[in-house]
Write a protein that binds this ligand. Structure first.
Ligand code: TPP
Length: 331
């Protein structure tokens, strides 16, 4: 039987220019280093409520690289990669997760609700599936304003199991909203494996029920994600209609920090560790001679220095004053 979601299957593309690939690698390294630092801070009791998306960096970087500066992003509790790929400052990110006043939301959001208007990141929703319905509103606003921008909604396979998924895709198709849906199918829904909670093999099987173009991509192949997202974003931009992209990937760390992953099949995890998206891109660029061992080392050092400087900034930043408690919040 023909499956529209898989009719368009992106494979490794070799026509992305080297400057873009190097920028993507650096961004992925920065995200990985940032998330490992955030996890370490959590373990030391300095960053409460941290969720990482280690292993999913290629989706964040590949998609965000394909967007225009005025496109708007809505995301879920694994949003650090999306923010950093958009150019977020590691110091302000770390300050936020540490509850400091210099953070993107003055230390009030932590890692789970962070938004950054100046980066076009409308919000991070911790209510699973809420990002889907909120994207409908943002897409509607863009349509009503006749804006050239598009909305991009990142969500997980768990969110796709919620009613809001179909409600949102239905309205987006009916109202012709300029929304690019990016499902990061990381195989996990908190502590439950996708196989135990989803009657379909892929989220694309469900999205295909709605009249919109669908595609799927290996979410651990940054170049393929970029190619798929660039084609998808271009189509949303010109058609002003929604598009669904599923990226198959894997959550290499736990649901949140700390999490010993005792419920994870060790063989499955090891298999995906062997498909680490950063190692894959590094190896490809080294093999192609785009990157030398020395320049790779410099890249790692630059990223490490950025994290160190960011941490120093966050540590030196003050906590919000008590009078700030009731400002910028809704009740
Ligand atoms: C409405 C709602 N139900 C349940 C939860 C608890 N919860 C937080 S994350 C999560 C799993 C979400 O899975 P998925 O959407 O696949 O995202 P992932 O964590 O895999 O990135 C659950 C059930 C929640 N935050 N909101």
């Amino acid at each position: 039987m023909s499956n529209p979601a898989r009719d368009k299957e992106y494979r490794m593309e070799s026509n992305t220019d080297n400057t873009t690939l190097l920028a993507m690698l650096e961004s992925m390294l920065r995200i990985r280093a940032y998330e490992e630092k955030a996890a370490a801070l959590q373990a030391q009791g300095q960053a409460p409520g941290t969720c990482t998306a280690v292993g999913q960096e290629a989706v964040a970087v590949g998609v965000v690289q394909a967007l225009a500066a005025d496109d708007l992003i809505l995301t879920n509790h694994r949003s650090a990669g999306h923010l950093l790929a958009r150019g977020a400052d590691t110091g302000r990110m770390l300050a936020e997760v540490m509850g400091k006043s210099t953070g993107y939301c003055k230390g009030k959001s932590g890692s789970l609700h962070i938004s950054a208007k100046e980066l076009g990141v409308v919000l991070t929703s911790t209510i699973v599936g809420a990002e889907l319905s909120l994207a409908t509103g943002v897409g509607l606003a863009l349509a009503m304003e006749r804006s050239a921008a598009i909305a991009v909604c990142f969500f997980g396979d768990g969110a796709a199991c919620e009613g809001a998924f179909h409600e949102s895709l239905n309205l987006a198709a009916l109202w012709r909203l300029p929304i690019l849906y990016v499902c990061e199918n990381n195989q996990w829904q908190a502590f439950v494996h996708r196989r135990e909670a989803m009657a379909a093999e892929s989220v694309g099987d469900w999205a295909a029920a709605h009249p919109m173009p669908c595609a799927s991509v290996d979410g651990n192949d940054a170049e393929a994600v970029y190619a798929a997202a660039a084609a998808a974003a271009a189509q949303v931009r010109s058609s002003r209609q929604p598009y669904f992209l599923e990226a198959r990937t894997y959550r290499l760390r736990g649901h949140y920090e700390p999490d010993d992953q005792h419920y994870v099949d060790a063989k499955e995890l090891a298999g995906w560790r062997g498909r680490d998206p950063i190692a894959a891109l590094q190896a490809r660029l080294l093999a192609q001679g785009v990157l030398s061992a020395e320049s790779l080392e410099r890249l790692h050092q630059r990223v490490a220095a950025d994290i160190d400087n960011g941490l120093a900034f966050a540590l030196a930043s003050p906590y919000p004053a008590a009078e700030e408690l009731a400002t910028d919040v809704y009740a």
